[in-house]
Design a protein around this ligand. Structure first.
Ligand code: ADP
Ligand code: GN1
Ligand code: MG
Length: 366
């Protein structure tokens, strides 16, 4: 076995790379990304002197329990984006990721250990950022989401599978949270009473978007559901936004989930897991920039109620994510991958700091 094969085998089984319709020989294998859920690998192939790069991803089936339906969703949504971009004269190949067929004709390869893998084109000359470096870039991230939602505004949301039921159903998330707190399986509850109280004091937020949907004021649309900044690709050459990636949670949902989740992650002065809370602040300038870019693209599609709820959705999604981090901490860290003890608690605390800041800034209370 040569060195490349050895490096590859430690990251991704050989049968997986051989399971997809990709020509050429492998010349480089490396891990990619900072996601909390999937395992992502970039592989470079040399086909007759032409180098091309692909992403291989192992789907975490503890989280994504319907991998076939998930692939069906993402393949149809990316085809739609490509088709509409091409019709508008745009660069369809860089407007979204392009899934590669497995040798059995589907889009999944199941390895000997029962793990599910898929492969797609790596979009070169682009970067995903962990933190906003310039305000203008966050405005561009807003453009990316607005464009994504607009391109999919004529895609029938009810034709997508709900691959993780109730993903942004904050009411059901609160119920899950209460159950974890009551069970306290890792004996951690006593060390985070203040944070638990923070969640329980704000249960009033949980039904806001669900109620607006039930009242017919907010429509169900095709949504991404995980719009944090590191899922936005920026073109290194033009400096413009390329597209949204990490499409696994594309499902029927509310546009507000996507807006709020972007603000949660990007309109902060610090990383999602910054342990020093004095460094964590909501940055109104970033909120305004994102909203400007977003509305410039999709403002004409959204309802009045959706636009009115943008500030509340930012609080709601930050609250929900903080509650999920805290719930996972109390549960013993079974969902989000961690790289240090207390990592999920640190993450929860940053989210709650941002919620407090936003409540003050927008003058909103649960
Ligand atoms: P995760 O579930 O781990 O967040 P992602 O699909 O977001 O997985 O991929 C992780 C990282 O890999 C991204 O943040 C991005 O930096 C990079 N990446 C993933 N897919 C591509 C792609 N097609 N082109 C360029 N970079 C990519
Ligand atoms: C997870 O996979 P990743 O890291 O992009 C999570 C999101 C959270 C996010 C918090 C399927 O996203 O919902 O907002 O972590 N994805 C899933 O960083 O649960
Ligand atoms: Mg990601």
């Amino acid at each position: 076995m040569d060195n490349i094969r050895k490096a590859e085998e430690s990251i991704i089984p050989q049968e997986v790379t051989e399971g997809f319709e990709i020509a050429g020989t492998i010349v480089r294998v490396e891990k990619l990304g900072n996601g909390h859920i999937n395992k992502t690998v970039r592989i470079t192939y040399n086909d007759g002197g032409v180098l091309s790069e692909y992403v291989f991803q192992r789907i975490n089936t503890k989280v994504f329990k319907m991998p076939r339906e998930l692939m069906d969703n993402v393949v149809r949504v990316t085809e739609h984006i490509r088709r509409k971009t091409a019709l508008a004269g745009g660069d369809a190949e860089r407007a979204t990721i392009h899934f590669i067929k497995a040798k059995d004709g589907g889009y999944l390869y199941i390895d000997g250990s029962g793990e599910y893998w898929r492969a797609y084109t790596f979009l070169g000359r682009c970067t995903s950022y962990e933190k906003v470096e310039r305000v203008e870039d966050f405005e561009k991230a807003g453009i990316a989401l607005g464009r994504f939602q607009k391109l999919l505004s004529d895609f029938p949301a009810d034709k997508l599978y709900e691959t993780i039921p109730n993903f942004h159903n904050t009411v059901s998330r609160v119920n899950d949270f209460k159950k974890i707190v009551a069970a306290d399986p890792a004996g951690r509850k006593s060390g985070c009473e203040e944070e638990i109280r923070f969640v329980l004091d704000r249960i009033g937020y949980a039904g806001i978007v669900l109620d607006a949907i039930a009242a017919g004021e907010v429509p169900v649309r095709v949504t991404h559901n995980d719009t944090k900044l590191n899922n936005v690709l920026m073109d290194d050459v033009t400096g413009d936004v390329l597209c949204l990636i990490d499409l696994d949670t594309v499902m029927p949902g509310s546009a507000l989930y996507d807006f709020g989740d972007s603000i949660r992650f990007g309109a902060s002065s610090a990383a999602e897991d910054e342990p020093d809370l004095s460094l964590v602040n909501f940055v109104p300038e970033l909120y305004d920039a994102y909203k400007k870019g977003y509305l410039a693209e999709v403002g004409d599609v959204l309802t009045e109620k959706e636009i009115e709820l943008l500030p509340l959705s930012s609080i709601l999604l930050t609250y929900e994510c903080g509650m999920r981090f805290l719930g996972d901490y109390i549960d013993g860290d079974n969902y989000f991958s961690i790289s240090r003890p207390g990592h999920n608690l640190d993450r929860a605390r940053t989210q709650f700091k941002l919620v407090s800041d936003m409540e003050k800034y927008f003058g909103i209370n649960a």
